[in-house]
Design a binder for this molecule. Sequence first.
Ligand code: PGA
Length: 262
Amino acid sequence: MNTTTRRPLIAGNWKMNLDHLQSIAFLQKLEWALKDANHDYGAVEVAVFPPFTDLRSVQTLVSADKYEIAFGGQDLSAHDSGAYTGEISGAFLSALGAGYVIIGHSERRQYHGETDELVAAKVAAAHKHGLVPVICVGETAEDLEEHGPSAVPVAQLRTALGGAEQGKEVVVAYEPVWAIGSGQAATAEQAEQVCAALRPVVAELLGEEAGESTRVLYGGSVKSGNIAGFMRQPNVDGALVGGASLQLEEFSAIVRYQKHVV
Ligand code: PGA
């Protein structure tokens, strides 16, 4: 079990699922389920990442009913404002009360051609607008075969952190591409190996203290049945959950992993 002072973070990446009405219904049920279970948000932070069109509704619900659930965007523009049709500024996310923003998810890298350099520019934009970037890194199956498990994520993180401002918080998410949506999660030992290799990169580029305090998440086919194994690893501080974050019982069981860590 992780014995550091880092507050674990369980983050639900809804991807392109749930419209604004569905998102409100889901979030209400999630909050009720966690309240029923006496979830201690101080012990395990919970964040959700809805589609952009849901964010205003989510914000309204969260602030009206004083939810302790954090929320963020799934992406942001590297630019502040201007003629960038279809883009969303970090300033807009910040104005909506978003605390976080996912950057460099493998689906953005794969389908939208996002490079490590663009990811770095987006990290800079997130910090500029007061958002905590959740920086996603991870190797493909081919990378794994060719370079081993940590070389590619380490290189991706090194470039991405080039955009980070000293003294500002980042979250790192290690998501092996082969494990995302495949039902085939990495083993807890594999996750630990790479997360343990990523932490020194944070320390090197953002300082020793950041290396200690930065939360490094694992993502890729996380479910209630495997979360405890990941959370037992000393360098895994939470999870970025895709598919299972859309299933109420699964996601609340993942959030409450401490109840089933043996
Ligand atoms: P998954 O997705 O949990 O469905 O594998 C994780 C992610 O893409 O963040």
